[in-house]
Design a binder for this molecule. Structure first.
Ligand SMILES: Cc1cc2nc3c(=O)[nH]c(=O)nc-3n(C[C@H](O)[C@H](O)[C@H](O)COP(=O)(O)OP(=O)(O)OC[C@H]3O[C@@H](n4cnc5c(N)ncnc54)[C@H](O)[C@@H]3O)c2cc1C
Length: 524
């Protein structure tokens, strides 16, 4: 393999070219640092490698087996982890929300979860920067949280039939709704066209109307001199006798290489980052790197993401247009009128036929729906409308990423992902699915199916001020190894009640500023 920095010690090596890795690569290389990005998956060309094909594009997700466990084992794969340059942003839905101030202080405000060591105001300039950088489209006025708009680009228009159904139901019930803020263009930007409503956002956007770091941040990083190496699986973070990180070991086409670096940043997402840290244990760090607290892998979270389907007299055609185009946060955060802490976001959420059928099979109260009954339902696909939940799940240290006894092709122990909902999480789901059914009924539909599902992963290497109960500080710098950083969704402390990627990227931009300001002081 041809390598620009073969045998050299670079300033920074970044593991994972996803949402966070892309931002860091751009920011640090534009600041003049020598940067190498190692990405396990391929470097795709949207026009050649994306297809309007639900099944084929499952390959955009991380498909290697993980062992799942717990009372509510997670379904891994396309639905929660990216694989390839761009990471999860190549096939994410593009909903682009900010967290609210209350998300950072759940313990103080509600007596649940844990407070973050930072607040909304620390991230505010970075949210603004990222939203401008990718021209987020959104409503003129966003009613919830601290940011009320305007967004850099106008809201998407027209909205899909399913979003119209959602709007109608919300209005009948007095629930506020808006056109969703999206990382999808509503007008031309840089060399990218506006969205033409093909609706294949989760299969990779061929025309480049939807943002991903594959098409926005990574090309800018390469232009600034970064080396991005695809198909390179990092298997180990290396340290020296003084306990500092020296670089990483990686495998490309069955050959093992080393990349030395002054600073190592892990941006490999919620399962693979803890897995790498645990797999890098050595005699100096027998419990894994950055794990003196024992918190590596612990308290990872997902969002509860149940779908409610209702049948309508008229056609809705859930495949039409961008999947999410209408949203409410009227149930965000804690309300004294409800029997659970924290809250949720609801989206009108389109779906393509294969996912529709797959979901419906799992929705039966008396076991899976199959055979003739499934066939009847699928024949009526065009008549269904759908609302999807993004529900806050409270952190629980028993929900953990650990190493299993099974090994993968690289000789690394496979990750074991143990997850169970808590009492509060289940109450929230109960309330939310009730609200979703009411919205669909008010719109004239007959709710027929509730499909249990989850979305997004967060936590597992949480940030905090106390090295005994957290893995990194608020900049992602590990408490134990000053030149080892973690910058991805794994540093979340709580999950919030909305989609997380704006926060992932804002945190990465904040870490990049810190690294730029302190690299010299860190004597790296
Ligand atoms: C179907 C789907 C829909 C989504 N929709 C939304 C949405 O609408 N809004 C929203 O806010 N969020 C959404 N998300 C979540 C979003 O994708 C994630 O929050 C985000 O991508 C996380 O960023 P990250 O940088 O932490 O990790 P990723 O973007 O997942 O990047 C991690 C990268 O690291 C690489 N990697 C892992 N291990 C190694 C290794 N050992 N060596 C080298 N490379 C490695 C992976 O291949 C991957 O490319 C969605 C996710 C999915 C899957």
């Amino acid at each position: 393999m041809k390598r620009k920095y073969e045998g050299e010690t670079v300033d920074v090596v970044i593991v994972g070219a996803g949402a966070a890795g892309g931002v860091l690569a751009k920011e640090l290389s534009e600041a003049g640092m020598s940067v190498v990005v190692l990405e396990a998956g391929p470097f795709r060309d949207p026009q050649h490698d994306f297809a309007s094909d639900e099944l084929a594009m499952q390959s955009l997700g991380w498909q290697e087996p993980r062992i799942v466990d717990g009372h509510d084992p997670l379904q891994m794969g396309h639905n929660n982890s990216g694989w390839g340059v761009g990471g999860g942003t190549t096939h994410f839905t593009g909903v682009f929300l900010r967290f609210h101030e209350s998300d950072f202080r759940t313990k103080t405000l509600d007596g649940v979860g844990e407070d973050w060591p930072i607040g909304y105001s620390d991230l505010e300039p970075y949210y603004t920067k990222i939203e401008k950088e990718i021209a987020v489209s959104g409503p003129k006025h966003f009613p919830w949280g601290e940011f009320h708009g305007p967004y850099p680009y106008p809201e998407r228009d027209p909205i899909s039939p399913n979003a119209q159904v959602f709007a109608r139901g919300c209005e009948k019930l007095g629930i506020r709704w808006v056109v969703s803020p999206l990382a999808i263009l509503s007008a031309p930007f840089e060399d990218r066209p506006p969205c033409i409503n093909r609706g294949f956002c989760n299969q990779g956007c061929m025309p480049n109307a939807k943002f991903s770091t594959l098409i926005v941040h990574i090309p800018k990083a390469i232009e600034a001199g970064a080396e991005v190496l695809p198909d390179c699986r990092v298997t180990q973070v290396n340290t020296d006798e003084s306990g500092r990180a020296t670089g990483v070991t990686f495998v490309h086409n069955d050959v093992t290489y080393e990349q030395r670096a002054r600073l190592v940043i892990l941006s490999a997402y919620v399962v693979e980052t803890p897995r790498l840290l645990l797999n890098s244990a050595n005699s100096r760090f027998p419990n894994g790197l950055a794990n003196s607290s024992g918190w590596v892998g612990k308290a990872f979270m997902t969002h509860s993401s149940h779908d409610v389907y209702a049948r309508f007299e008229e056609e809705v055609r859930l495949y039409k247009g961008t999947p999410v185009l209408a949203t409410t946060q009227d149930f965000y955060g804690t309300s004294p009128e409800r029997d659970f802490a924290r809250g949720y976001t609801l989206h009108a959420h389109g779906v393509r036929p294969v996912s529709f059928a797959n979901g419906i099979t799992q929705s039966g109260k008396n076991g899976p729906i199959w055979g003739t009954r499934l066939r009847e339902v699928v024949l009526d696909y065009n008549y269904f409308g759908r609302v999807t939940l993004v529900g806050e799940v409270l952190p629980n240290p028993d929900n953990a990423i650990t190493l299993s006894d099974e090994k993968d092709a690289f000789g690394m122990p496979r990750a074991k992902v143990t997850f169970s909902y808590g009492e509060n999480d289940n109450r929230l789901i109960q309330h939310a699915t009730g609200t979703m059914s009411e919205i669909l009924s008010a719109a004239g539909g007959k709710p027929e199916f509730i499909v249990p599902d989850t979305a997004h992963l967060m936590g597992g290497c949480r940030m905090g001020n106390d090295p005994e109960t957290s893995v990194v500080n608020s900049y992602g710098q590990t408490h134990d190894i000053p030149n080892l950083f973690i910058c991805d969704a794994s540093i979340f402390v709580t999950s919030g009640g909305g989609n997380p990627t704006n926060t992932v990227m804002a945190l990465a931009a904040r870490s990049a500023d810190y690294i730029k300001a302190t690299m010299k002081r860190m004597e790296l």
